[in-house]
Design a protein around this ligand. Structure first.
Ligand SMILES: [Zn+2]
Length: 212
């Protein structure tokens, strides 16, 4: 998926994130899961949230379960899509995570958020992730600011989202990106989509949205 040059740059970035992200800014000690949650709490950066207004304390939620392991040679994206079907129409937010090591987890959230960062910590770095935006959530028919923040903070390889109408994906392949919709096609589900196209362009990322 990446040529060697890009791959090594990416690994360097991930390694430097590993070093920076998980040292306590004051003590420089490695941050354990509890400290990391406290850090996230202070910085109000955690979880994948449908909509803009969902920053707040981490909601009570069920612990993640390990679903599967990606076997050598198996198609990562295919596996992600298979499990995405399982969560697409759930009434609360769920996330499926395939870690860089190929472990597959299902995380459980609430109607407006799911917290793979809190649940899985460092395992999330460089992972492929999908999640759903339930009907009745703050869904904006594309990725929320917190979604993009988590994609960036954890250096995700790809992040997908699915709601009752659309499925969308942001990833590291900047050659695949949607065009802005023509003014004649704009509707009440276009605003956030256009913003995410701008975000992807600025950050040299791939982004697409299509109807389910
Ligand atoms: Zn989301």
């Amino acid at each position: 998926m990446y040529d060697e040059a890009e791959g090594s740059t990416r690994d360097e970035k991930i390694n430097s994130m590993r070093r920076m992200q998980y040292k306590d800014p004051e003590t420089r000690a490695r941050i354990n899961a509890q400290k990391r949650a406290a850090y996230a709490e202070r910085n109000k950066r955690y979880g994948l949230a449908a909509g803009a207004g969902s920053r707040g304390p981490i909601a009570d939620h069920d612990l993640p379960i390990k679903l599967d392991v990606l076997v050598d040679g198996a198609d990562r994206r295919e596996l992600l899509l298979k499990y995405e079907k399982m969560i697409a129409d759930e009434p609360i937010e769920n996330a499926i995570v395939i870690t860089r090591d190929g472990e597959v987890y299902r995380c459980f959230g609430t109607k407006d958020g799911v917290y793979p960062d809190v649940d899985l910590g460092e395992k999330l770095i460089g992972a492929d992730v999908t999640h759903n935006h339930p009907i009745g959530s703050g869904n904006e028919y594309s990725f929320s600011k917190l979604d993009l923040g988590l994609f960036d903070t954890y250096g995700l390889n790809s992040l997908r989202g699915i709601d009752d109408i659309f499925e969308y994906e942001i990833n590291r392949n900047s050659s695949v990106i949607d065009e802005l919709e023509s003014v004649f096609d704009l509707d009440d589900k276009s605003a956030r989509h256009s913003e995410v196209i701008d975000y992807a362009r600025k950050h040299n990322l791939g982004y697409t949205r299509k109807r389910r």
